[in-house]
Ligand binder design. Structure first.
Ligand SMILES: [Zn+2]
Length: 273
């Protein structure tokens, strides 16, 4: 599944090709995404200009001069820049062709993604309005995490994966950030010290930034015709390493289910709170 780093890399990969470019044609081959693609999409977008490509959580926002496109990649979606006129493959559901001959192509085999139109500020769209802080923004901090954790008994891992608190901390990143912080994933959020929350916020920023930086090297995957979305290979300390030795202390990595998600931790390194 595309996580926040893949979405951010997609944003930075496609933006230079389509910002300030005029939309010549919109072709929708299949409207049956997670929510139906608006029937009037071509009418709304053709002849308009893409002013900016931004991201909020895992949503990509294309600001046109008359409204906004909200795109989510779902479980298996990808966006690529191709040349206009390149024959579509089976799961290429939407093409947005630009005057300069480039085309933004949306592929989604499982069709859990979406492409929606918003006339108003997209940040106020029902899907986006109640989202928590962006982890890479300066305002996301240990103080913020500590403040919002007051009175909350849920496990810290569930807490940092709550999209109403902070967006884009997927399962891999939550596991890895907790390892770096030395926190057991089951510690109640309210029991964690301000000091540990500061370290946790820094670790979340660190694991996500590293993934985005690594994504930069595979950027061409998002802008060539044949490319499939590349999921970033990271050197992982705990995720998926159940039964293997901890890289730091040699203790056997353990796993358990928390909120229906696999959780991995080192019993020796992760005993703080
Ligand atoms: Zn360890």
């Amino acid at each position: 599944m595309p996580e926040l780093p893949e979405v951010e890399t997609t944003r930075s990969g496609i933006a230079p090709h389509i910002e300030q470019q005029g939309i010549e044609q919109v072709v929708v081959r299949d409207t049956r995404l997670r929510w139906p693609v608006p029937a009037e999409l071509a009418q709304l977008a053709q002849g308009r200009t893409v002013l900016a490509v931004t991201r909020r959580a895992k949503y990509l926002l294309l600001a046109l001069d008359n409204g906004n496109l909200i795109i989510h990649l779902g479980m298996s979606g990808s966006l690529r820049i191709t040349q206009s006129g390149l024959p579509p493959e089976k799961h290429d559901h939407i093409d947005i062709a630009f005057a300069g001959g480039k085309c933004l192509r949306f592929r989604d085999p499982r069709r859990f993604g979406c492409l929606l139109w918003s006339q108003q500020n997209p940040l106020m769209h029902p899907l986006l309005a109640s989202l928590g802080q962006e982890p890479l923004d300066d305002c996301f901090s240990g103080e913020y995490l500590h403040q919002r954790a007051q009175g909350r008994s849920i496990p810290v891992k569930t807490y940092i994966m709550d999209q109403h608190i902070v967006v884009g901390v997927g399962n891999i990143y939550a596991n890895e950030a907790l390892f770096l912080t030395g926190l057991h994933p089951l510690v109640p959020a309210k029991a964690i010290s301000p000091q540990h929350f500061r370290q946790l916020a820094a670790a979340i920023k660190s694991v996500l930034s590293l993934a985005i930086a690594q994504g930069g090297t595979t950027l061409r995957d998002f802008v060539n015709e044949a490319g499939k979305p590349g999921y970033f290979q990271q050197a992982l300390n705990v995720y998926g390493r159940n039964g293997q030795a901890c890289n730091r202390c040699g203790t056997t990595i353990r796993s358990l289910r928390i909120s229906q998600r696999s959780s991995f931790f080192c019993p020796l390194c992760q005993n703080g709170r």
